[in-house]
Design a protein around this ligand. Structure first.
Ligand SMILES: NC(=O)c1ccc[n+]([C@@H]2O[C@H](COP(=O)([O-])OP(=O)(O)OC[C@H]3O[C@@H](n4cnc5c(N)ncnc54)[C@H](OP(=O)(O)O)[C@@H]3O)[C@@H](O)[C@H]2O)c1
Length: 425
């Protein structure tokens, strides 16, 4: 482990809803030898967090950095081998961190979801990051890490068992709630901020483009057609339930998985010449009644189709009007699900993969805790620990990557510690 930098890992944005959960996980699971710190813009809030969570004498150090101040961001990045970035939304001030990580050879992991921003980062900075040998792994929360890694696992299983390229991976999520859910068990203020950023600033159509994270010169029309988001409800006999688009957002996993397939193809391990990724939510998550499942799936589809149409055709005033409504009704930054809700939701992703010759493999991912904020936090924290402690067990890729390309299946054992198990039947 290089000791030329004072920190192995810095958690930036530790005071947020997700950052706090990450901090709890690191306090419980980071080895004592790890030199780590929490970072943010307010010393008082960071000290209060440690006062509440850390046992006396066992606290990480504190670093002050404000993402609106490029110098403080650069100093923070320079001081660590790995930056775990939870101070989203990322689009407005995030570029300074990408630049600094490349300049100072700091590996990076975030849980962002603003694909229009990521497209610009990839097209501007991927080549430099690759040359520097730095791993930048965005979108490593519930969206899109488990889906992306599970797809890689299924693709490899088809190849190992049948020596066959993959034609399709389908992922179907079922949520299980088993305790009290508070009224605000859904989105946090930080996630709402991401949606507002997309509505305000996605002028490149990334939200509607499954190929938005590919390099601009890759011919992608066929990839777009194969991986187009399906907003319609379906009865899926594989899970014996009606399914609708992925909840809470069907726009992130697809471009991430498509980018992973592109990166692995570039490294001589193609997923398949006509590889396609599909995903859905099983409405069994909310009811066993088939009629209500159709109703729920239709409502989900109409909601996301509306958002997609707003981004595609909506004039700026309409987008601004939606953001004003969100300001009135949605949680503010820093607000999110209660601690009880964090414990009350688990999830299962059923995987169905087939080759061009119709060979099949099935598998699953099971995750413990609220997918958006508990499971996201623990998987991101373990993945950041993997970058800091087990980098030689991860993939050889560098650049602006995806969970499958940046971490790969070498992170699977660590994910067990985060309550996430990936398996193939
Ligand atoms: N991919 C996924 O599955 C997934 C899941 C969950 C969340 N997310 C994303 O994660 C991000 C965070 O969500 P959240 O709910 O945790 O947000 P949050 O509770 O609002 O927390 C935001 C954090 O950012 C910090 N921050 C804000 N502005 C800053 C600045 N100028 N300089 C330094 N720190 C600053 C805040 O610090 P203060 O305490 O000082 O305000 C806080 O620690 C969002 O982008 C959300 O979309 C993604």
């Amino acid at each position: 482990m290089s000791t030329s930098k004072p920190h192995d890992l810095i958690l930036f944005g530790a005071t947020g809803v997700t950052g706090r959960q990450m901090c709890m996980h690191l306090l419980a699971h980071a080895p004592r030898s790890l030199r780590w710190a929490i970072a943010g813009r307010s010393a008082a809030r960071l000290e209060a967090l440690l006062g509440e969570l850390a046992p006396p004498g066992d606290a990480p150090s504190i670093v002050i950095a404000d993402s609106e101040d490029a110098a403080s961001t650069r100093d923070m990045v320079r001081s660590t081998r790995v930056l775990l970035h939870a101070a989203g939304p990322y689009a407005v001030h995030g570029e300074a961190c990408f630049r600094a990580c490349i300049e100072h050879a700091t590996d990076y992991l975030d849980i962002g979801g603003e694909t229009y921003f990521l497209q610009r980062m990839i097209r501007t900075h991927h080549a430099a990051a690759e040359r520097r040998g730095v791993k930048l792994v965005p979108v490593a929360g519930y969206e899109a890490l488990p889906f992306d890694l599970a797809t890689l696992l299924a693709v490899r299983a088809l190849r190992q068992r049948f020596d066959a390229p993959c034609a399709e991976v389908k992922a179907v999520v079922t949520f299980q709630s088993h305790g009290p859910l508070s009224a605000n068990a859904g989105l946090s203020g930080g996630s709402v901020g991401t949606i507002k950023n997309v509505l305000a600033f996605d002028d490149v159509g990334a939200l509607n483009d499954p190929a938005c994270l590919l390099p601009a010169d890759v011919p992608a029309d066929a990839i777009r057609r194969r991986n187009a988001i399906d907003y319609r409800p379906h009865f899926d006999p594989d899970v014996d339930a009606v399914t609708g688009p992925l909840f809470p957002a069907p726009f992130l996993n697809v471009p991430v998985v498509v980018r992973s397939a592109h990166l692995y193809e570039g490294a001589g391990e193609p997923y398949g010449p006509a590889f396609r990724y599909r995903e859905a939510t099983s409405l069994r998550s909310v009811t066993e009644w088939r009629g209500l499942q159709w109703l729920g799936a239709s409502a989900l589809g109409a909601n996301y189709f509306g958002l997609s149409a707003l981004l595609r055709f909506g004039p700026r005033p309409a987008r601004r009007a939606v953001n004003r409504v969100l300001d009135l009704v949605a949680p503010a930054p820093g607000q999110g699900p209660s601690d009880a809700s964090m414990e009350s939701i688990d999830y299962r992703i059923d995987l169905f993969a087939r080759s061009e010759k119709e060979d099949q493999v099935r598998g699953s991912v099971t995750g413990k805790g609220h997918p958006g904020y508990r499971s996201t936090a623990t998987m991101a924290a373990e993945s950041a620990l993997a970058l800091a402690l087990d980098r030689d067990r991860l993939t050889p890729f560098s650049g602006i990557l995806t969970p499958a390309a940046g971490l790969g299946l070498g992170v699977r054992d660590r994910l067990k510690t985060a309550g996430i198990e990936l398996s193939i039947d």
